[in-house]
Write a protein that binds this ligand. Sequence first.
Ligand code: F3S
Length: 445
Amino acid sequence: MNVMFVSLGCDKNLVDSERMIGMMSRAGYTLTNVEQEADVIVVNTCSFIGDAKEESVNTILEMAEYRREGRCKALIVTGCMAQRYREEIMQEIPEVDAVIGTSSYDEIVKTADTVLGGQRVQSFLDLNRLPALNQKRVVTTGGHYAHLKIAEGCDKHCTYCIIPKLRGSYRSVPMESLIAEATQLAQDGVKELILVAQETTLYGVDLYGKKSLHELLHKLCEIKGIRWIRVQYCYPEEIYEELIETIRDEKKICKYLDLPIQHASDRILKRMGRRTSRADLEEIISRLRKEIPEIALRTTLITGFPGETQEDHEELMAFVDETEFDRLGVFTYSQEEDTPAAEMPDQIPEEIKKERQAELMELQQEVSLDKNDRMVGKTVLAMVEGYLSDENVYVARTQADAPGVDGYLFINTGETLVSGDFVKVKITGALEYDLIGEIENECTE
Ligand code: F3S
């Protein structure tokens, strides 16, 4: 029996897909990328904002055609959209044979078998359980890097966000289980671990009674074969001293932090239910930069939150201009039913949200180009990601770039490199978001 997976949404969801692929493979299913050859198709969906929901629905509808007319005998929808709209999906898309909730993905094999036996299934165990953890994953990111999901769920309840309703409350994964998983990944050839969760900084509070991310990081640094460890999704107000010291002192930890701030106007931050003021953000950012001068800071912002005035937007522009984030993503606010912000007055027209988003991105483009220009002439350590045969260049990343969201370093060389190689590269040119360089020497340290 062949199974095909389509994984949508964020890297946390991707980890769930990789676990499900592992379970299906062990149960004897063969993985395929060809719809026409699949007996079972699984769509792991996202339901975060309007665009993500649209993509999920379109993908389900596209796969429904193979269920109707092709070889496929089981169409299974998992992930956040299944969690949120299980009844609607089952009723309105009759080709869908099963829906599985976000905390129940370890039911995938049982569900596929039941569907192939002729039944429709809805599998929704307690939203606050952790699915079985001792399951080997099939990493789909090329083998040289992998995400390590250190916690599930979120207790922050920002007023715009639906995720706590889709993923339950915050549950850390026990440290020994993460060490075992990371050791296995290293043995399989993974060199970079990317720690993810809805929020990583609170890791351990529920299990060990205190913030324990720094302890986990120290232990992960001991794993042979792992060269880089990157921490994503840190709530600014939860950054703590031992964590800063650990990032500063441990050689394997990328001097990089993803700090989603969402806005900088106190009025909007308050309406968003965020626990930081502009002054807090300034203080945290300057502390991080003082203690780890080479740190690259990434953030994400939302434009057009209900009630955002032109003045709020200008304040955010000024903040971005002054702070000079190394990496920045901007989303437009999406009005999500069942969230407090959706009920707020003064919803902003789509056009204005987009204009504000474009203005911020334009500003960041200048900041980014300036920063990249300053890199020219420097030598950096980079990990090879792949090769662009059309352009005859290798694509690599530095410590300052996370895969998928940040920039790349393009290397011109006659040498043969493979994904996961580490090289020292002299920067010879700068683009708005990417760099160009030449190899100084291969690096084995
Ligand atoms: Fe989407 Fe669920 Fe991730 S809503 S962004 S797939 S946690």
